[in-house]
Design a protein around this ligand. Structure first.
Ligand SMILES: C[S@@+](CC[C@H](N)C(=O)[O-])C[C@H]1O[C@@H](n2cnc3c(N)ncnc32)[C@H](O)[C@@H]1O
Length: 198
């Protein structure tokens, strides 16, 4: 079975779509980085039919799942997924620019250096006036927002000491240093949606 499912993707898709409704362009091209199972992509493509959606992921099993979920989409605004290692420098140079870039639940799983590279490449891949949404859990002043978040952060770091939750202020400062505007939106389950504007 190629089709994978993620309970968190089913839970957070509606609040994310609500936020996107207030910040997404009316039409244009959108890239989702780290699309995972493909459930979000299917939902977004149905919710925003005037936007052409490009799903992507690094993992072949996820790419197969995205392809499988895509067969449920009735419209013509969903592109076949592409393999994209978003933490590799220079991927933006291989793409056309996008009006919207979405990244959900990846930054906490990777080292800070990789997270910085992703932000740098997003800044390059956005067209003028473009918007990006980065969603996930963050530390506040270096502290997790709940015991469950502290436990998850520690578990990630036990597997890779370089990875783990990033500090919200540090990430916002980094984004601003790239010349992008950033606004913070508090989301369910202590998550944050960062809306970046080029
Ligand atoms: C926790 S899952 C989130 C998936 C999806 N965005 C969601 O919220 O359901 C993390 C995803 O990031 C992908 N990933 C990990 N490292 C990546 C990288 N360097 N570039 C692109 N995708 C990556 C994994 O394959 C996985 O699909």
């Amino acid at each position: 079975m190629k089709r994978l499912t993620s309970p968190s993707a089913a839970r957070n898709r509606e609040p994310i779509v609500e936020l996107l409704r207030s910040v997404a362009p009316k039409h244009g091209r959108a890239l989702e980085i780290a699309s995972g199972t493909g459930q979000h992509m299917l939902y977004f493509a149905a919710a925003f039919p005037s936007i052409t959606w490009q799903p992507s992921d690094i993992d072949p099993a996820r790419l197969a799942s995205i392809r499988d979920w895509s067969t449920d989409h009735a419209g013509t605004n969903l592109r076949p997924p592409i393999r994209l290692d978003a933490s590799k420098s220079d991927w933006a140079a291989t793409q056309d620019t996008y009006d919207l870039i979405v990244l959900i639940n990846l930054l906490h799983l990777i080292p800070a250096e990789a997270a910085h590279t992703i932000l740098e490449e997003i800044a390059l891949a956005l067209g003028k006036g473009g918007t990006a949404l980065i969603y996930g859990p963050f530390l506040r002043n270096g502290v997790a927002t709940s015991p469950g978040d502290a436990e998850f952060h520690a578990r990630i770091q036990s597997e890779n000491p370089e990875a783990g939750y990033k500090d919200l202020t540090d990430i916002c400062t980094y984004i601003e240093c790239l010349g992008l505007g950033v606004t913070t939106h508090h989301m369910p389950a202590n998550n944050v949606g960062l809306v970046l504007q080029k």
